[in-house]
Design a protein around this ligand. Sequence first.
Ligand SMILES: NC(=O)c1ccc[n+]([C@@H]2O[C@H](COP(=O)([O-])OP(=O)(O)OC[C@H]3O[C@@H](n4cnc5c(N)ncnc54)[C@H](OP(=O)(O)O)[C@@H]3O)[C@@H](O)[C@H]2O)c1
Length: 280
Amino acid sequence: MSSPDRFLLAGVMGWPVMHSRSPTLHNYLFTRYGLAGAYVPLAIRPADLEAALRALAPLGFSGCNVTIPHKERALAIVDAVDPVARRIGAVSCVVVQPDGTLAGTNNDAFGFVQNVLQQQPAWRADAGPIVVIGAGGGARAVVYSMAERGARAIRMVNRTFARAETLAREFGSPVTAIAWEERHRALDGAAMLVNTTSQGMTGQPPLNLAIETLPLSALVCDIVYVPLETPLLAAARRRGNPTVDGLGMLLHQVRPAWKAWFGIDPDVTPELRAAVEATL
Ligand SMILES: NC(=O)c1ccc[n+]([C@@H]2O[C@H](COP(=O)([O-])OP(=O)(O)OC[C@H]3O[C@@H](n4cnc5c(N)ncnc54)[C@H](OP(=O)(O)O)[C@@H]3O)[C@@H](O)[C@H]2O)c1
């Protein structure tokens, strides 16, 4: 843990263009807690990731977040990986230890679940089948968190079927891989739908998914948060499904990150959300 009487430093490593709102979020917290510190965006080429991570300690960083495309590679670079990051297969947060070594963890799953619970307190993972669209890094965290919470059936749909199969094999029961062509039918009787693809993000086409067969009681979540209301969430809201946007997933990740970096457990308040929302 860093001492609060010194300048505190953390950042996010991504490449090449980062749409991350993490700097806004973390710098808001430095101000809220009256701490001398900064959180900086660091555009790091994939080939330079190891050197950049190794530079954290000598430069005085307490740690950093890792985003697209570095999350899986970071796992192989850090000195210690906790069981959550190991199971998910990706590191989203790096903590510089007192001896300068690097510990890797993954706070995406924690952020996803805490966000759903904050917006839908009665939600349960075992309420019925969960459809997860996408099989990338975000999907791995979502599937991990749903399985941990007792999900009994997770229908994993991905454009590239082999990736869905790999994930189903790794996580075992309750995950079943479903072909992309079957995605509309996969919604039959579902209690929850989660988009973890980049589709619907600003600059990308909407997710190509017809939700007519989705029960009206099903909770619809998107982990994309730019825009806040993706075309999928807008369509779900219009027909009456409860929805959860992706911003809270990012917000809730600050709690374990700040605890590990600075020994502080910040509240995820409406003011914090509003500060980040104002930049979207
Ligand atoms: N809210 C948060 O805190 C949070 C956290 C993590 C990620 N995210 C967001 O989640 C999104 C995905 O991130 P990620 O790290 O999981 O990315 P990723 O590992 O690159 O995975 C991308 C996924 O999107 C799918 N995809 C891409 N283009 C597609 C298309 N045209 N049609 C259908 N599927 C397509 C890919 O399918 P293939 O396998 O077929 O390529 C893959 O399943 C990003 O927008 C990211 O910003 C948000």
